[in-house]
Design a protein around this ligand. Structure first.
Ligand SMILES: Nc1ncnc2c1ncn2[C@@H]1O[C@H](COP(=O)(O)OP(=O)(O)OP(=O)(O)O)[C@@H](O)[C@H]1O
Ligand SMILES: [Mg+2]
Length: 375
């Protein structure tokens, strides 16, 4: 008798429906984000009565649900009011005024030739399309720091602000970033007319991560196809990566696939550990192209210590570097690495003498060693 190669794949496996673990999946509920959802929804609500929405700046570490929450609110709002049009732009991909304006036009169904049009012309196209279609747009600029590094960013935001002023089209702007002081890089004038309300996304606690994962896993896996400790271990790994829920969700998906490939009846912690090896923490992935040699040296030293006082860390650093930087600039480096969620700092932040600050890695040591390989 002939057996199809897909026959075993059809048999009951580990996954009930793996789509619940996909990065683009937007859950029906987002536990522990109720207050942020309410705040975002409240800020955009004026659009529903043709009013002016409150612009927003959302920040927080990787995997704290910024993107999924923004998309969740947009989805709800679009369903509720057909006039509202959420336009989501990932600034990793589109990080100049020209590229963003192009993307905005495309989102309204106007294809702009990729070359040849000046930004001002694309801007006019966009405004024209908004008028013709009579939509209430909300522009989400995710990973906004990628855009704001570019010198055309202030002009782009100025363009968007001008649409409300000149054409009485109420356009909402939502900027999302990992970095708290992202907006400081903008022109003063643009920043002040943006007057964005700041919403912080704090790290999930290990207990919250567990609940989030249980919920996602309940839909994705057959109940008896997953070993008892798997979710707890995934949550613990996420907690180690400064509360990054993505690490846990991606790992569960990868682990389920490994288990199915091996023909296992149950997803076990062994599968999950194999998955961990494949998945890089996002905070590291994003930061790695921007780390300088001093910051890398600091991380190398940190891989040799569980925790260390900042004064000792500075001494260790000086003993290794011929041209060491000043203690003050060193403190700035530490602060930057903390802002990127690679290090965590405990103790006085304003203390001048280094002694009182205790420094630890905020990401798994193995992942940092991997990142530093070849340096
Ligand atoms: N409260 C929650 N409930 C269910 N899933 C969540 C929740 N928070 C985050 N997630 C999931 O965790 C993953 C990471 O979330 P998200 O992509 O929104 O993080 P982020 O804050 O945008 O991170 P980054 O700064 O790296 O872009 C996604 O798969 C998302 O669906
Ligand atoms: Mg995101």
């Amino acid at each position: 008798m002939h057996h199809s190669i897909f026959e075993s794949a059809e048999a009951r496996g580990i996954f009930k429906d793996e789509r619940f673990l996909y990065p683009e999946y937007i859950p029906e509920k987002l536990p522990f984000r109720e207050s942020q959802i309410a705040e975002i929804a409240g800020s955009l609500k004026p659009l529903l009565r043709n009013g002016k929405p409150q612009n927003l700046f959302i920040f927080g570490p990787s995997g704290t649900g910024k993107t999924v929450t923004a998309r969740y609110v947009l989805r709800e709002l679009e369903e509720y009011a057909s006039k509202v049009k959420g336009i989501y732009i990932n600034c990793f991909e589109f990080h100049t005024r020209n590229a963003v304006l192009n993307k905005l036009c495309l989102a309204l169904g106007n294809a702009v030739p990729r070359r040849g049009l000046a930004s001002d012309e694309i801007y006019n196209e966009f405004v024209h399309a908004l008028k013709v279609k009579n939509v209430a747009p909300i522009v989400v600029l995710d990973e906004a720091d990628q855009l704001i590094r570019d010198k055309t960013a202030s002009q782009l935001l100025y363009d968007l602000l001008r649409i409300t002023e000149l054409h009485s089209i109420h356009l909402g702007i939502m900027l999302i970033s990992n970095i708290r002081d992202t907006l400081a890089m903008l022109d003063d004038r643009v920043r002040s007319s943006l007057s964005a309300l700041t919403i912080e996304f704090n790290q999930y606690t290990p207990e919250q991560l567990k609940q989030i994962l249980h919920e996602r896993a309940r839909n994705a896996f057959f109940e008896d196809a997953i070993e008892k400790d798997v979710i707890n271990l995934a949550a613990a790994q996420a907690a180690k990566c400064s509360g990054d829920a993505r690490i846990a969700i991606e790992s569960l998906l990868a682990a389920g696939r490994i288990a199915e490939k091996e023909g296992a009846k149950k997803l076990s912690v062994v599968h999950l550990k194999k998955a961990f090896e494949r998945i890089k923490p996002r905070a590291l992935e994003k930061a790695s192209p921007h780390l300088d040699s001093c910051e890398k040296e600091i991380l190398k030293i940190m891989c040799e210590h569980e925790k260390i006082f900042s004064g000792e860390l500075y001494k260790a650093y000086c003993s290794r570097c011929k041209q060491a930087i000043s203690e003050r600039s060193f403190r700035d480096k530490i602060n930057r690495l903390a802002e990127l969620n690679i290090l965590s700092v405990r103790g006085a932040t304003a203390e001048i003498r280094g002694r009182t600050r205790e420094i630890m890695l905020a990401q798994p040591k193995e992942a940092i060693i991997e990142l530093l390989k070849g340096d």
